[in-house]
Design a protein around this ligand. Structure first.
Ligand code: CAA
Length: 262
């Protein structure tokens, strides 16, 4: 595994087929800076290129998933510098473009860019200690990597306005109730539970996983008619793969399928 300054990347033995990426800037509560986002893009590209990886888990520490974009790095920037560097766009694109599923396992603070990073993942599992928020208003700015758009799609306009205009935090239970989070676990078992879920996904046909991910993503971008038409096409196309034959034959023969990604 490659060595990074701001990340710890592992292939846990307990979770075959899973890459675990841990944000690791404890001195700044995992605040997202240019170095971290660059390394995250590299780690995701490596996981994408590795056929033995079927699912990625992104997590932080017990105290913070990530407390936002790095305010100290940004504070003196000019408009020209932000625009020229296209600040944070590269890191965000790496997540948006990854074709393998990414699960965010969030404990503690997921604020600002940290909440946005979690929302870019395919789904969010939370510890009971998780706190989500978009506090950029307190800094005189706005969310900059998708918060106003994604939070609104997750929790609806009223709650998104409330969160973004007041900068308040939302606990794990409110986040689950609002549809931001898919499940909550006790903080000390969050990573193990997430790895078990990721390993289950990694054991499926990678072709079917990629197509299912693409289809759910399409639900955000298209009309119902177009989305359903795309689903029908991809559903039919899955019958071109050996994995479909294996999956259905294994069901009939009452055994576990062995998917080959072919
Ligand atoms: N950027 C840089 N450093 C940060 C940081 C951030 N977003 N969040 C925390 N830190 C640093 C603190 O400065 C502190 O460093 P020092 O020890 O050197 O002073 C260290 O992490 C520990 O933080 P605190 O002492 O503040 O810890 P706390 O437990 O008292 O408070 C907290 C925790 C409520 C999360 C608080 O740190 C906080 O409010 N952080 C900022 C949250 C925020 O505003 N995020 C939005 C950033 S803007 C953004 O994200 C824009 C975008 O959309 C792209």
């Amino acid at each position: 595994m490659a060595q990074f300054q701001t990340l710890i990347v592992e292939a846990p033995e307990s979770a075959p087929g899973v890459t675990l990426i841990r944000l690791n800037r404890p001195e700044a509560l995992n605040a997202l800076n240019t170095a971290l986002l660059g390394e995250l893009a590299q780690a995701l590209a490596a996981a994408q290129a590795d056929d033995s990886v079927g699912c990625i888990v992104l997590t932080g520490s017990a105290k913070a998933f990530a407390a936002g974009a790095d305010i100290k790095e940004m504070s003196d920037k000019t408009y020209a510098q932000m625009f020229k560097a296209d600040f944070f766009t590269a890191g965000a694109r790496a997540i948006e473009q990854c074709r393998k599923p990414i699960i965010a396992a969030v404990a503690g603070y997921a604020l600002g860019g940290g909440c946005e990073l979690a929302m870019m993942c395919d789904f969010i599992l939370a510890a009971d200690t998780a706190k989500f928020g978009q506090p950029e208003i307190n800094l005189g700015v706005a969310p900059g990597i998708g918060g106003t758009q994604r939070l609104t799609r997750f929790v609806g306009k009223s709650k998104a306005m409330d969160m973004i205009l007041t900068g308040r935090m939302m606990g794990a239970e409110e986040a689950e109730r609002s549809g931001l989070v898919s499940r909550i676990f006790p903080a000390d078992s969050l990573v193990d539970e997430t790895l078990a879920i990721a390993a289950k996904i990694a054991g499926q046909s990678p072709l079917a996983v990629a197509m299912n991910k693409e289809l759910v993503e399409a639900a955000y971008e298209t009309t119902l008619t177009t989305g359903v038409a795309l689903e029908r096409r991809l559903f039919h196309s899955l019958f071109a793969f050996e994995d479909q034959k294996e999956g259905m034959t294994a069901f009939v023969e009452k055994r576990k399928p062995l998917f080959k990604g072919a």
